[in-house]
Design a protein around this ligand. Structure first.
Ligand SMILES: [Zn+2]
Length: 370
C-alpha cells in the first residue's frame, strides 16, 4: 500500500465513524471500561426482538429463556448508516466490524465499496491476529448475510461466489451452515478443508483440520431432521469443543437465522420453534462459559423482524409487518465487567468495536469505540 493509499484509508475510516446520519443526533451511550476475555462467543438471533422471546416463553410456558439468565440485560439500536431500518448485511457488519454501512454491504465501507483503499477489520480477523481459533456457524446458507459479515468483505450480500471463495481461503477454522450449491465436497477439499455434509460427519469430525459444513437448508429452517442434519445446539456444542482446544482462546459467532425467515412470512409457529432451538444453543454456550470462567457470551440480534406485537385482550402475539423494523433488540451478556450496564441502549456498531478491543485489537482499530 502506498503512503497516499494509507492516508486515504485512514480518512475513510474516520469519516465512516463520524458519518452516521440516522443516529447522529441521538444521545450516545458507549460501552465503558472492560475486562479482556480469552474466549468470546457472539450469538445472533436474526430478526429476534423482545416480543419473539415473550411469544416463545408463552408457547412453552416458561418463566424465562436460558438467554435471559445473564447478569446484564441491555438493548441494541439497530440502525444502518443511512437508514433507520437495517438489513442483515449492514446489521451483520455493525455486529462484526465496528461500523455502520449501507444496506446490502458486507463488512465494507460505504465510502470504499470496492475496497480500493481500506477494509474494516472484523472481530474474527482480530481474533485470528491474536492467534485464537475462530468459527462461524449459522442455520442460514454459509454465504448468507450474517455469516458473511464475519468471514468476508464485499459490496453486495448477493456476491455468493466471491463470499464463498473468501471464506474457503480464510484462516477461519470452521464455517458451518446451509449448503449453497457452491461449496461442493470437491471445492471444499481443493481448498484444503474437511467437508462436513451431515450430522454424522460432524459427530465423527476430530477438528484437526479446517472444515466447511454444508447441511440441508430446509432441515435447518424447519428444525426437522430428515437428512441427518445437525441442530444449531449440536453445531454450537461441537464448535466450542473444537475451538476451545486452542490455548490462545477462540472467537465463535453463531447465528439462528430462521427466526427472521419465519417472521418475514409471519409463520409464528416456526418462528417460536426456531427461537426455542436458538435458545438451546445459547444455553450450551452459557454452560461452557460457566465452567470455563474465561468466556464472554454476548447474545443479541441484528434487527427485529415482523413487528411482533402483544394483544392484551386475546393474550396473543401477532405480526404487524412482513419486514424488518427498527425497534431496539436484546443485548444480553453473561459478564458484568465487559463495559455494559443493565437497561442501557447501545449502538449496534459499539458491540463489535467493544468485542474487538476485548479480544485484543490495537487501540484505534475501531475509531467509534471510545
Ligand atoms: Zn430478514
Amino acid at each position: 500500500m502506498s503512503a497516499l493509499q494509507k492516508i486515504i484509508a485512514v480518512i475513510i475510516a474516520a469519516l465512516t465513524s463520524l458519518a452516521n446520519i440516522t443516529g447522529y443526533f441521538g444521545l450516545e451511550t458507549k460501552p465503558g471500561e472492560y475486562e479482556t476475555y480469552k474466549n468470546v462467543i457472539v450469538m445472533i438471533g436474526d430478526g429476534m426482538g423482545f416480543n419473539h422471546l415473550e411469544a416463545t416463553k408463552q408457547a412453552y410456558d416458561l418463566d424465562s429463556l436460558q438467554m435471559e439468565n445473564v447478569v446484564v440485560k441491555a438493548e441494541s439500536k439497530t440502525n444502518s448508516l443511512f437508514w433507520a431500518t437495517t438489513d442483515s448485511a449492514a446489521g451483520g457488519t455493525a455486529l462484526s466490524s465496528g461500523i455502520r454501512t449501507i444496506n446490502g454491504m458486507v463488512s465494507t465501507y460505504a465510502l470504499d465499496p470496492f475496497r480500493v483503499f481500506a477494509t474494516p477489520k472484523s472481530v474474527t480477523e482480530v481474533a485470528i491476529e491474536q492467534g485464537k481459533a475462530t468459527g462461524v456457524v449459522t442455520t442460514d446458507y454459509t454465504s448468507g448475510a450474517t455469516p458473511s459479515a464475519f468471514s468476508a468483505h464485499t459490496y453486495s450480500r448477493d456476491n455468493d461466489v466471491d463470499i464463498t471463495e473468501q471464506q474457503l481461503a480464510s484462516d477461519i477454522d470452521l464455517i458451518w451452515g446451509g449448503y449453497n450449491g457452491l461449496a461442493t465436497a470437491d471445492v471444499v477439499a481443493a481448498a484444503g478443508r474437511t467437508y462436513i455434509g451431515s450430522a454424522t460427519d460432524l459427530s465423527n469430525f476430530d477438528g484437526e483440520t479446517k472444515s466447511f459444513g454444508q447441511f440441508d437448508f430446509d432441515d435447518m429452517k424447519y428444525v426437522t431432521n430428515n437428512h441427518d442434519t445437525p441442530t444449531i445446539e449440536i453445531m454450537t456444542e461441537k464448535a466450542i469443543e473444537i475451538l476451545s482446544k486452542d490455548e490462545d482462546g477462540f472467537f465463535l459467532m453463531v447465528e439462528g437465522a430462521c427466526i427472521d425467515k419465519h417472521s418475514h412470512s409471519n409463520d409464528k409457529e416456526n418462528m417460536i420453534l426456531s427461537t426455542y432451538e436458538f435458545d438451546k444453543a445459547v444455553g450450551a454456550a452459557l454452560e461452557f462459559a460457566e465452567e470455563d470462567g474465561e468466556t464472554l457470551v454476548i447474545i443479541t440480534a441484528d434487527h427485529e423482524t415482523g413487528g411482533l406485537t402483544y394483544n392484551a385482550e386475546t393474550d396473543e402475539y401477532y405480526y404487524t409487518s412482513g419486514s424488518h423494523t427498527n425497534v431496539n433488540v436484546p443485548l444480553f451478556i453473561n459478564k458484568s465487567d465487559a463495559g455494559y450496564v443493565n437497561g442501557a441502549a447501545y449502538k449496534n456498531r459499539h458491540i463489535s468495536a467493544q468485542v474487538g478491543l476485548i479480544l485484543g485489537a490495537e487501540e484505534g482499530t475501531y475509531p467509534c469505540a471510545k
